[in-house]
Ligand binder design. Sequence first.
Ligand SMILES: NC(=O)c1ccc[n+]([C@@H]2O[C@H](COP(=O)([O-])OP(=O)(O)OC[C@H]3O[C@@H](n4cnc5c(N)ncnc54)[C@H](O)[C@@H]3O)[C@@H](O)[C@H]2O)c1
Length: 322
Amino acid sequence: MGSQVQTECEPIKRSPLLNVLMEVFCMVLDLVKVLILGIPVLLITAVRILVPSKPKSIRGQTVLITGAGNGLGKAMAHEFANRGSNVVIVDVDLEAAERTCEEIKRDRTTKAYAFRVDVSSYDQVEAFVDGVHKTVGPVDILINNAGMVSFDFLQDADETNINRMLDVNVKGVIWMTKHFLKKMIERKRGHIVSISSLAGIHPLPWATVYSTSKHAVNGFMGALSEQLRLQGHGNEIRTSCVNPYYISTRKDITDFLKKPRFGILSTDYTAKAIVEGILQNETTITVPKFFGLGVKFSQLFPTRVQQIIRDYILREYELNSA
Ligand SMILES: NC(=O)c1ccc[n+]([C@@H]2O[C@H](COP(=O)([O-])OP(=O)(O)OC[C@H]3O[C@@H](n4cnc5c(N)ncnc54)[C@H](O)[C@@H]3O)[C@@H](O)[C@H]2O)c1
């Protein structure tokens, strides 16, 4: 056995100035790479806004929507069924889930299933995800829609409601995604959608905790999307985070919004816009589209300028005034 000779590498000695110059050179090189790779993507995205690509087909696929017993979830379930998908309706209110199922099956051959699940309960979600794969089969698109909407200033919000809202709006999204993600990774396909809100990118003074919960959803979806890309699943498992403006889903919401600066969205219009965004595999879907651009643009400015935009353009101070 020959003896092993260990040679210690002498670090190349460079002058501090040379080190700095090398660092700057590498950084400039990386910036050039970003421009070369990024500009074509920007151009393609701009063209796609004007000429959308062909939507992906979801005929015969299974779409699971939480909180689809009522409101936006129910409207999205109809929209998916119209496009030939089978739907799984999940709600804490089983009667409402069953009603949605009956409505969907009335004039269509679509399969629809109703389940009672409280998405904020880790144990219920875990048991449900195993069960649904046995009874219904794999889920192609998961839509985390179940959520609590409430308008309160922080000092008026009740502790129980705050806990419940964070449990449903944040943990509910995490538990459902965590359990379905495992199955989607095994199948090497899937699409995870979470319904956040414009209040998840634009802090809403009338609903401090709600806005907090929706910012968490945006953060979660952004991190998840990057996690999947980093792990090499980015082209197999898509993600979409949805940020809609106010929707006329419930009377208490429309009653509260006495003077919104812009018209409240209809539930059907919003559901259609969201489904179209999902079928285009859009990572962020804002309804209406230009509100997302408006929020991003205003965030380029100092806080005081953003406040002036809030006061003169959004007029949020009069949202609830008679
Ligand atoms: N309505 C709006 O103005 C508006 C605007 C932006 C975003 N959103 C978001 O859209 C989603 C749907 O809102 P909506 O207005 O249709 O509400 P909704 O109250 O009409 O419907 C919510 C449904 O979720 C169900 N649900 C509540 N807690 C649940 C739980 N723990 N487990 C399972 N199901 C549960 C309810 O039973 C109900 O059927 C929410 O995430 C909401 O934050 C709403």
